[in-house]
Design a protein around this ligand. Sequence first.
Ligand SMILES: [Zn+2]
Ligand SMILES: [Zn+2]
Length: 451
Amino acid sequence: MNSLTFYGGVGEIGGNKILLESIKARVYLDFGQSFDFGTDYFYEWLEPRAANGLECYFEFSLVPMIPRLYSRTMLRFTDMPYEKPDIDGVFITHHHSDHIGHLSFLDEDVPIYMGHGCKAILDAYSKLYPSLCDIGNHNNIGLFKSGDKIPIKDLVFRPIHVEHSTPGAYGYIIESEKGNIAYTGDFRRHGPMNEMSDEFIREAAKSKPRVLLCEGTRMTPDPEIYYSEEQVYEKVKGIMDASEGLVLGEFSMCNIDRFKSFYKAAIESGRKLVIDTKYAYILDNLRAKVELPDPKKDDAIKVYFRLSKSCNFCEKDYFKFEQPFMENMITFREVKERPTNYVMVTGFNKLIELVYIRPEKADYIYSSSEHYLEGEENKDHRRVLENWLDHFGVTFHKAHCSGHAGKSDLEYAVKEINPDILIPIHTQNPKEFEKIHDNVKILKRGDKLEI
Ligand SMILES: [Zn+2]
Ligand SMILES: [Zn+2]
């Protein structure tokens, strides 16, 4: 008999960390960090000492105390003795922190499996943001593409690409003599790559799984509001067409579908898309895996260089990774002089550029998750953003669609795949799944289920 133990990803959105044990194999499905990780004990300057590894996290049971899993360095100040790991692999669905955030705790010899695209994004992010994107050291990272078969003792893992708000996202079909398991990871069906998710659903259905682990971020009791990437594009284009000034757009850097919507809308509106050097670096690194324009020479793209020490925009003032993009350089002077020629990709931390550009009649399109603009915890962020936009007389707009399947698409996936047992994960409303399947297992953190 196989079993699943849920160390994260149940009763919460994100934090997926699921142990699958068969007769011979022990593997984890994702090894993520919960979105509210540590917030009950740490606040502002009160934070755990990174150098002390897992000590503080074990103290408050923030990370499960599992022997033969964590690295010697991470266990150094804890009561848990180091032992060689007994895990056959950790299978990552995609690079978001709620799926990979605790990889840095693992022993270097635990094999990690991920898609080529996921690795390319992680490599670029860890170079640009080493303190934010640290997956630790791993001696054995196995890279796969959709449809590969990866045998792990008595199991066979089959990753199949899915559409999500980032490239390099996969679901898994895990073949086992004791019944197959399908794991959706995070997915959606309302974007330009929806065929990928449909391929996963078809393959999962064909495998006649005993268990389906299905994400349910948007499974809520509220009526569904359907908004597709195509509708985001239409709205963004409408704003660009109507704007009498610079258009500013904020969206997640790895949301390549959103990049493409802005890129296409900018071209259609007769504008060029201005991106900063970090974004240029990320796009350039993804070009080998995903079809993307070349930021070094694409006609519709300009790479924005911030004012440097010498004020002369000369090569020596910039990091090495930025220098290859200088041939396609734009500065605040050109954006300020001809604002209607441009759409500038921006973000909260990049608002400082407005001091130099001094926009007039500009429009700001917020095209990221509304979560970051809502709630008490984001009050100050909201206030500061509003102050900046007010100060420069910038008009605020929203245009976004989720990276997660809506209720009707979740229902479609569950009905098509038709598992014997349905386990909702990555959701705050697991009971909602009982409306679409008659054998739903609702689990809480720490539960182990024999399947
Ligand atoms: Zn997630
Ligand atoms: Zn995700």
